[in-house]
Design a protein around this ligand. Sequence first.
Ligand SMILES: NC(=O)C1=CN([C@@H]2O[C@H](COP(=O)(O)OP(=O)(O)OC[C@H]3O[C@@H](n4cnc5c(N)ncnc54)[C@H](O)[C@@H]3O)[C@@H](O)[C@H]2O)C=CC1
Ligand SMILES: CC(=O)C(C)=O
Length: 260
Amino acid sequence: MSENKVALVTGAGQGIGRGIALKLASDGFDIAIADLPAQESKATDVIAEIEALGRRAIFVGADVSKKDDVVEAVGRAAAELGSFDVMVNNAGIAQVKPIEEVTEEELDTIFRINVNSVVWGIQAAAAKFTELGKKGRIISAASIASVKGFPILGAYSASKFAVRGLTHVASQELAPKGITVNAYAPGIVGTGMWDEIDKRLSEINGKPIGENLKENVESISLGRIETPEDVAGVVSFFAGPNAEYVTGQTLLVDGGMLYS
Ligand SMILES: NC(=O)C1=CN([C@@H]2O[C@H](COP(=O)(O)OP(=O)(O)OC[C@H]3O[C@@H](n4cnc5c(N)ncnc54)[C@H](O)[C@@H]3O)[C@@H](O)[C@H]2O)C=CC1
Ligand SMILES: CC(=O)C(C)=O
């Protein structure tokens, strides 16, 4: 009997993380969802969807900005699902504010959730892969804002540039262990995050609700808003057999907004 494969996806109670969890389940992975305890009810619905695909899934309440929570989530995924193969550092928050107004506390918060969490995820996953003798995969959420700084998303852009930098570094440091480290860089994805960005931009520039999102979507070459499934396809590639020789990369999946 072949060994099962396990992926942990942070922030998979909704949005892009949910899409990734479902795609990896359809690829044959059992899934650990690590999200804030307040997301348990939504995560329970995602677990039911995963089980309908014939895979197993668990929820682990975790604040990814805390190292101990991330280490425990990885430990529970491996212990309760019986393996550990892929770590997806997906959870993140946005912050919509002119750079002149960002406070010390806000900067600290966004870096703890968007950047520190990726360090904890890399550390916890690499330690578990080493313990289990696995050549695992680590995949993190960057953004188009990791390649170009976006006005009014200054702290967010800086946090995503950091994710791209960490991906460069960790891929080189972990290559001798056969662990690959990559990142996905979505564009404008129709999730709760963009509902919030649109609302905050409207408060700042006075445009009607929905107008900022519409204008951004109009700049996408493929002419439509991105879906979590569009992003999940790239994560599936990084987690799958065809990406064995790919490491240190941040792949734009933005429908044609930025060109590398
Ligand atoms: N929506 C978009 O257009 C884009 C999103 N991204 C990135 O993709 C990732 C997912 O974004 P979305 O699904 O759109 O966001 P979302 O807001 O819909 O979902 C984020 C998930 O992360 C969880 N989360 C937030 N803080 C957490 C914490 N401290 N500990 C554990 N879980 C936490 C939330 O509970 C939620 O389930 C983020 O890293 C985001 O920066 C990147 C580019 C574009
Ligand atoms: C949410 C996000 O990453 C952007 C730039 O839209």
